[in-house]
Ligand binder design. Sequence first.
Ligand code: FAD
Length: 253
Amino acid sequence: MSAQPAASARRSRPRAAWHVATVVETRHETPDAARLVLDVPTWPGSEAGSHLDVRLTAPDGYQASRSYSIASSTPAGQVVLAIDELPDGEVSPFLVREVRPGDQLELHGPLGAFFVWRPGESTRPVQLVAGGSGVVPLYAMAAAHGATGDDSPFRLLYSVRTPADVFFADELAALAGPAFGLDLVYTRKAPDGWPDAVGRLTRESLAARTIPAAEQPRVYVCGSTGFVETVAGWLQELGHPAADIHTERFGGL
Ligand SMILES: Cc1cc2nc3c(=O)[nH]c(=O)nc-3n(C[C@H](O)[C@H](O)[C@H](O)COP(=O)(O)OP(=O)(O)OC[C@H]3O[C@@H](n4cnc5c(N)ncnc54)[C@H](O)[C@@H]3O)c2cc1C
């Protein structure tokens, strides 16, 4: 009799493939970002935290592709992305400003087996740390946590420029409660009466506002490359083992 495969190997994961998506809805997520709701009839579903590649093809055949985290998806249904515009970028200005309902996009995914959160996999607490648009896969994890009733403690520390720049503001506020702690750090401007100092995250504020290493949280950090490397370095200095720190770098400095 053959040995039982490990639980993680038994779990069936959606397989990556190419898909044609039709844009159903576009809306402003923030002044510089758009939320795209896509209809993808062949989509297999995705794990919280995973991403996909969007491939654009110009009339002359030139192609460009970029990765985007999946904010939410359902099998054979809707895929939601949230895309921040980099004004000098090649792909993001097109996706944020030009794409319209009815347009078609080529997608490859879902991708990424390591930067995912799976309900019921562990009862250890989970600390999420987001910089800017890096909140997208972490929002997917928080939403999956809320939807599945998984009872591991969950917290999100979210560094963002101003209140207008908060992605999924209504959805995150609705998730916040005893099972999900939401903590915002404003780097340029805070709401009137905000009790905390405005400015970049520091090692001390990270230590004060995240689950301590002694509680052995699994930590997921996502944002620009510089943000992720800085935060991951501080977390290790604060005693979190490198193996417990999952990172996703969106690029840039
Ligand atoms: C796994 C993964 C998931 C991602 N998910 C998302 C997502 O959900 N939402 C989202 O908005 N973006 C996401 N990104 C970033 C995205 O893939 C693109 O890099 C981004 O949209 C810029 O593409 P562009 O063609 O407009 O810019 P490019 O033409 O590629 O670059 C223009 C300039 O901006 C710099 N740059 C590139 N990326 C960044 C960045 N993230 N921050 C700062 N400067 C940058 C480049 O170095 C260059 O100088 C993700 C990246 C990865 C790897």
